[in-house]
Design a protein. Structure first.
Length: 240
């Protein structure tokens, strides 16, 4: 039996064909294929209210060049009746390898923050504005690269389909990339966090930091304070 966070997780049978087409992407190739953003176009999402069909279609997405160097598409995950949807930036290294969102260090920190805030993680749906991992090689490591506006725009139809099907009570933007994708403008996270805004996709939309930003805070005291502020933002979800 799958745990609550495994609800709607893709089966091995579903992801195997797409993974096979990308075989060797991360394990046998030391250099990346050149990415030309001119090749990007909005993703073509099937006209359906069935999230499973949308997920399966996303597995073969080639709307932007990021698919060339990613292991697989990382679609959203969570219960069909989720009242809260979190949108992050993009999958990280671990998410790319395993095909599930928010399972790496940032995801574990989000889990801890939600537990501290008293928000039931098993009732939340998590996804990203971009469904493929963008990275640059650094020795044997794959370091995160921020997706550009063209890549975010190409992937936009996927998360819009997720939100349109789920119809959440609250939409949470984790970080500037997600916030810009949702609001269609530059969002200053540190000044617009901590209260609900209205967006096209949810009357209650919350902007806060991406948990990965907390991992980069070097000072222990500052990191603890940043975590407290993050939890304070998440506590607002209980009042929505």
């Amino acid at each position: 039996m799958r745990s609550p966070r495994d609800i709607n997780a893709p089966s091995e049978a579903a992801v195997a064909p797409a993974r096979a087409r990308r075989a060797g992407t991360t394990r046998s190739r030391s250099t990346q294929e050149p990415a030309r953003t001119a090749d990007a176009h909005p993703a073509e999402v099937p006209p359906t209210r069935d999230l499973t069909i949308v997920r399966e279609a996303s597995l073969t997405c080639t709307a932007c060049p990021l698919y060339r160097n990613a292991t697989q598409t990382v679609f959203g995950e969570g219960p069909r009746g989720a009242e809260i949807v979190f949108i992050g930036e993009q999958p990280g290294d671990q998410e790319d390898r395993e095909g599930r969102p928010f399972i790496g260090p940032a995801g574990k920190l989000l889990d801890r923050a939600l537990e501290t805030a008293g928000v039931d993680r098993s009732k939340c749906y998590v996804t990203n504005a971009v469904k493929h991992f963008k990275w640059e090689p650094r020795g044997k490591r794959r370091l995160h690269q921020k997706p550009n506006e063209i890549e975010v725009t190409a992937c936009r139809p996927w998360w819009i389909a997720e939100v349109s099907i789920l119809k959440p009570r609250v939409l949470v933007c984790l970080g500037a990339t997600a916030a810009r994708a949702v609001f269609g403008r530059v969002v200053k996270v540190m000044t617009e966090r901590g209260h609900f805004l209205e967006s096209t996709y949810a009357t209650r939309t919350l902007v806060t930091v991406h948990p990965s930003s907390l991992l980069r805070v070097p000072d222990a005291e500052a990191k603890a304070k940043a975590f407290e502020q993050f939890v304070a933002d998440l506590k607002l979800l209980k009042k929505a």
